[in-house]
Structure formats: C-alpha cells, structure tokens
Design a protein around this ligand. Structure first.
Ligand code: GCO
Ligand code: MG
Length: 408
C-alpha cells in the first residue's frame, strides 16, 4: 500500500482552516488538520514544499515510522509550524488506518473508557450581569462546565475573550481584520482586585454543581498568579488556566505552595518536551495540548500516558483555532484516555462549517458522543472548500497603560 499524493487546502467559514488530504493508490484517503491560528500559511507551506513530496511512495500504515521520519528527519525539531504539519499527517494516517480496519480510531487506541466526554462551553460578559446571562444561556443548552471571562471595571480594554458591549458574548473572536493587530490595554491590579470576587459570585448564583473554569491567558506574574489562585479558592474552580506564562516552569511551584486551585496549562505546547517536567513535578492538574500542533494522535497519546502516571488529566485545547478534524481526532482520544478530564468545545456547528466538514460526532447536554464511522469519522467537502480562500488576521497585542508590551 502506498501514498500517491496529498493536497493542502487553506480557508473556511470565519477561519483559515488548514486541511490535509492524503491519497493512496488503494483509493482510501485520510484527513488531517494543520491550522495554526493567524499563522496558517506556514504549516501549509511546510506541508506542500517539504512533507508531501517526501510522503509519496510511503506505506501509510506505518504511521509510527512516518512520524519519526518527519520529526527526527527534519533535524530542526519541534516548533508549532513543524508540529502542526506533522500532526496533520499523523491524523490523516490514523484516519486511513481506521478506514482500512473498518473501525473508529478510538477502537485502535484501546476502545471506550466512557460513554461520552464532558465538554466545556465559553461564557463571556462585558460586565458581571452580562456574564451571568451568558452562563445561564450555556446551562440552558445543557452544558455542565463553563469557562467564564468577564469585563473588569475600569479596565481600558475589554480584556481577554471579553466582548466590548453587553449581549455579545458569542462574538468576541474577531477574524480577518488584517495582519496589523488590534491593541488591548491590560491592568493586572484591576483584574486581581475584581475577578476572584466575581468568581465567588458566580458560584453563589449557580450553586455547587456547575464546573467553573477561568482562563488568565498568561497575564499574571508568578507571585500574582499564586495570590490569584488562593483568592479564587472560595469559588471552587474546576481549573484556572494559564495563570502565568509557562516558559519559566519552576515559577509554577509558587502557585502550588500557596493554593490548591487546579491548574491547567499547555495549549501553546508542541511536544512532550514542553510539559514532561511540569507533569513529572505534578505542578499542573490538566494538560491542555491539542493534536493539531502537538504532533497528532501518535504524540499526544504519549503525553496522555505520561500525564496518567502523575494524576494529570487531559483538557485538550478546542478553541475554533482548530478545525472539526482535530476535534474529531480529540473525540477519539477523549473516549479512550483513562485519564480524561474535560474537552474545550466551541460551537463550530454553523451550517457552513457542517457543510465543509460533515460528521456524525455530536455534542448533547454538554457531552461529546463519538461517531462509530471508520477512521476519524469526518469528511471534507472539496466543493464547499472552493468557496473559501486565505484571509489574513491577527491576534490582538496587549500593552500596559504606559505602553509596555504584555502577553496576549
Ligand atoms: C483557549 C485559548 C484560545 C486562544 C486561541 C489563540 O483557552 O481557548 O486561550 O482562546 O486564545 O486559541 O489562537
Ligand atoms: Mg486558553
């Protein structure tokens, strides 16, 4: 059996999804996702110019050897661009493997460990009453776990993932605004004075059952993060995400020394080498990697197994920065992983998105049910894809009030 070629598509409804389709002489094809938010053309070029020509003639069933070939063979290892490209190939090869076996990918991983996987939705408000409405809306839709992001009184800009105006909680992600980033102004002091109390009010309003998550998005210094994690304890968070940038991983000890609030980190990590110390030192409770830019199913499975040895559960990244193909690959990992925790889930299910990526995976009452179709259980409609082309966009850039550049 051999690979005869592969195509790369860039574009999609509201997002520049990078989709890889691997073709075989036997007519079976596999799909992968290499979307790297706001840098989408880079994994596409890495695939087109360097990986696809090398894949032709290889036996797609040897997904492990192909992974090693792409990782070790490049000499320059890791990094989000290369790992997104490798991840896409790996997903596509698991898709082919499942189709050949006539089995859904989760069966190849070891079968079901649970009936369905809990997901969390996003709620956001320009202020606390607006956020309360947004949370209530998520609960009405059946979600049991909600990430809550709130506008901060006096903050010059709305804040991370927060709408500028009330009632717009669903539309905070702006795209295709060009490559010159919007500037947001941030003030950690105002945030620290307001947010822990707001989290406690959310707990009081919605009761003990709701799983409440909050994303600091790398904005605090380690000492501030320790203080914040402790101040948030009365809210009983499911997790506190990215309280401080994880580049200085020893600094995370400070959070552990001062608080028992569960910590989730890892959405920007590309490999097991970015998180092995964090996991082994048990500095985190949830690992946030994604199959997209952490090297696909083959590599993320290794991270999941290491995490399982250290009481660290999964909480894969699932922002719309990933296409439904990654979400499908993660649906299979989530159903299998013995140390599954939760899955981030943003409602991508617009009619346009469903038409481009038809699948039978479904979320109901806050639980993701995996399709039993062979392979990843997701398709890609090339006629629909022809409607879209790459459009440049950018993450905002964050500055302090005096102009100092800060972390987005
Ligand atoms: C999350 C993330 C995202 C990122 C985005 C960047 O927890 O979902 O923080 O919202 O900001 O994926 O591209
Ligand atoms: Mg995050």
């Amino acid at each position: 059996m051999r690979i005869t070629g592969a195509q790369v598509f860039v574009g999609g409804p509201g997002r520049n999804y990078v989709t890889l389709k691997v073709l075989t002489a036997q007519g079976v094809h596999g799909l992968g996702d290499a979307t790297l938010n706001n840098r989408e053309t880079l994994p596409a070029i890495y695939l087109r110019d360097y990986i696809v020509p090398a894949l032709i003639g290889m036996d797609p069933r040897n997904s492990e050897d192909i992974w090693q070939f792409l990782y070790r063979g490049a000499y320059f290892r890791r990094g989000p661009v290369a790992m997104a490209a490798i991840g896409a190939v790996d997903m596509a090869l698991w898709d082919i493997k499942g189709k050949l076996a006539g089995l859904p990918v989760y069966q190849l991983l070891g079968g079901r460990s649970r009936e369905a996987a809990m997901v969390y939705a996003h709620a956001a408000g320009a202020d606390l009453p607006d956020l309360m409405d947004s949370i209530a809306h998520c609960i009405e839709q059946g979600y049991r776990a909600v990430r809550v992001q709130c506008g901060i009184p006096g903050m010059p800009s709305a804040g991370y993932a927060v709408p500028e105006a009330r009632g717009r909680g669903k539309h905070y992600i702006s795209d295709f605004a060009g490559i010159r980033p919007r500037v947001e102004i941030w003030d950690s002091g105002r945030y620290m004075r307001f947010m822990p109390g707001a989290l406690a009010e959310i707990r009081a309003r919605f009761g003990p059952e709701l799983h409440i998550l909050h994303d600091v998005h790398h904005r605090l210094l380690p000492r501030e993060a320790a203080e914040f994690a402790r101040a948030a304890e009365p809210a009983g968070l499911f997790w506190l995400e990215d309280p401080t940038p994880a580049e200085d991983q020893d600094a995370l000890d400070l959070i552990r020394q001062h608080s028992t609030t569960p910590i989730a980190i890892g959405e920007v990590f590309n490999s097991i080498w970015d998180c092995n110390r964090l996991i082994e030192a048990e500095r985190i409770d949830f690992i946030r990697v994604a199959v997209t830019y952490a090297g696909g199913i083959t590599h993320v499975r290794r991270i999941v197994d290491l995490a399982g040895l250290h009481h660290v559960r999964t909480g894969f990244h699932g922002a719309p920065s990933h296409s439904p193909i990654s979400m499908a690959a993660q649906a299979h990992l989530n159903i299998w992983a013995p140390n599954f925790g939760i899955q981030e889930y943003l409602v991508l299910a617009t009619p346009d998105c469903d038409a481009l990526f038809p699948s039978a995976h479904r979320v109901e009452n806050g639980l993701m049910h995996v399709s039993d179709a062979p392979g990843l259980g997701i398709d890609f409609d090339e006629k629909q894809a022809a409607r879209y082309e790459y459009r440049p966009g950018s993450h905002p850039v964050v500055r302090l009030e005096d102009g100092t550049l800060w972390n987005y």
